[in-house]
Design a protein around this ligand. Structure first.
Ligand SMILES: NC(=O)c1ccc[n+]([C@@H]2O[C@H](COP(=O)([O-])OP(=O)(O)OC[C@H]3O[C@@H](n4cnc5c(N)ncnc54)[C@H](OP(=O)(O)O)[C@@H]3O)[C@@H](O)[C@H]2O)c1
Length: 266
């Protein structure tokens, strides 16, 4: 075993559900939640296609996985661009022959009051968080339909269910992810494609750091309002993704699963 991250290796979620023989494509796999999810899916048996704009960290992760015996492919793509998504799907099919699992994880944010909200930032957030999910769902979905089904896991957010100040584009786009999830789940329920959304609360990633830079006091404000009183640890996102990717969740589609330390219960 060469995987250097002990925290991932010892995650009990890895030992419960097998993804042997499955191929999973994960967007935003270079860092944060996406890297953790991709690694967890790989260690559970899936061959993984790691997608993001910056190739180097994806290649580093792919090399680490391959060195440990886990098949992986790194692909550079902006998932808000149709051509990039289409060529990514093509590369995945060329390498692994099929895609069983799609994790629509790549996402971004911008914090500003509505009055000062920059229109270009609004477009950037909505294009990635919503159109990116649509494009990947469409082009991976075409392959899943040929293959008799699959599991799509959309990474939403508590902000897709509950309003937040200074987050109009993020809230709107994550609310859109909820409806993209439900619409696709209903459309494909008889074709064997299951579509669910996980709804994370706050985890310590570069996305959170960006919010803290854009808005001093942001982290303290979030913690004060969190019933559990702490941020999520990265490994706490993995188990639900392995479960949703596996054949143990075949009756689950159109679901929203909150992993948020109780935030949505308020
Ligand atoms: N962290 C939290 O507390 C939290 C809470 C709720 C929901 N979420 C959601 O969880 C997901 C992951 O968040 P995170 O905190 O892990 O974010 P992160 O650390 O900022 O990572 C974002 C990932 O997405 C990739 N990415 C960004 N723009 C892209 C594009 N246009 N095309 C393809 N890939 C792109 C990034 O790589 P490149 O920059 O190289 O492209 C990176 O791999 C997001 O959807 C976010 O909204 C996060």
């Amino acid at each position: 075993m060469h995987i250097t991250n002990e925290r991932i290796m010892t995650n009990p979620a890895l030992k419960i559900f097998s993804l042997d023989g499955k191929v999973a494509l994960i967007t935003g796999a270079s860092r944060g939640l996406g890297k953790e999810i991709a690694t967890g899916l790989a260690l559970s048996g899936a061959s993984v296609v790691l997608v993001g704009r910056t190739l180097k960290p994806l290649q580093d992760l792919a090399e680490e996985l391959i060195a440990s015996g886990y098949p992986a492919l790194a692909v550079s793509a902006d998932v808000s661009q149709s051509q990039d998504v289409q060529s990514t799907v093509k590369a995945a099919i060329q390498r692994f022959g099929k895609i069983d699992v799609l994790v629509n994880n790549a996402g971004t944010t911008w914090r500003s009051s509505i009055v000062d909200f920059d229109e270009a930032q609004y477009d950037r957030v909505v294009n990635l968080n919503m159109k990116g999910v649509f494009l990947c769902t469409k082009y991976v979905g075409i392959e899943m339909l040929k293959n008799g089904g699959g599991s799509i896991i959309n990474v939403g957010s508590g902000a897709g269910q509950n309003g937040m100040a200074n987050s109009i584009a993020y809230c709107a786009s994550k609310g859109g992810v909820v409806m993209l999830t439900k619409a696709a789940a209903i459309e494909w329920v008889q074709q064997g494609i299951r579509v669910n959304a996980i709804m994370p609360g706050t985890f310590k990633t570069s996305l959170l750091e960006e919010c803290m830079v854009q808005e001093p006091g942001y982290a303290e404000m979030i913690i004060r309002n969190l019933p559990i009183g702490r941020f999520g640890e990265l490994e706490e996102i993995v188990g639900i993704c392995i479960y949703l990717a596996s054949d143990n969740s075949t009756f689950m589609t159109g679901g929203l699963i909150f992993i948020d330390g109780g935030a949505n219960a308020r």
